[in-house]
Ligand binder design. Structure first.
Ligand SMILES: [Zn+2]
Length: 131
């Protein structure tokens, strides 16, 4: 798969992110949400899927803390997390605005958007109240 093809699948994801909206692919055949965008639905292999808006709410499935990020442009410490979204899909992202001692598995999170490297990047914050 070429980079051009990959960019084609993800271009709508990034366009909506610039508007502050998180979207994910949803299969029109089996209704499953999945990520990352790919040719066929990983559940039923249908090629009929479309992006739909996500609530942006979910929970921490797993995470790791990088105490020495790759360069000064990254938050430090950098919390890289596997987020379980409420629509039944998962994505890797960052959790911002916390220290590593305050995060636990299954903590509730909500999407936020930060400016990073010239574009808006979807990241997550701990939910301040039960969602
Ligand atoms: Zn499907």
């Amino acid at each position: 798969m070429t980079n051009t093809l990959v960019a084609g699948f993800s271009s709508e994801f990034w366009e909506r992110a610039q508007e502050g909206v998180l979207v994910r692919p949803v299969c029109q055949s089996c209704q499953k949400s999945f990520f990352s965008p790919q040719v066929l639905c990983p559940r039923c292999q249908s090629d009929a899927w479309e992006y739909k808006e996500s609530s942006g709410t979910g929970a921490v499935y797993s995470f790791t803390v990088i105490h020495r990020p790759p360069d000064i442009h990254f938050p430090s410490p950098l919390v890289v997390a596997d987020i379980q979204l409420d629509e039944g899909w998962r994505m890797f992202s960052w959790i911002v605005g916390i220290s590593d001692s305050k995060i636990e598995l299954n903590d509730r999170v909500k999407v936020a958007f930060i400016n990073f490297s010239g574009r808006k990047l979807p990241v997550f914050e701990l939910a301040k109240e039960a969602i």
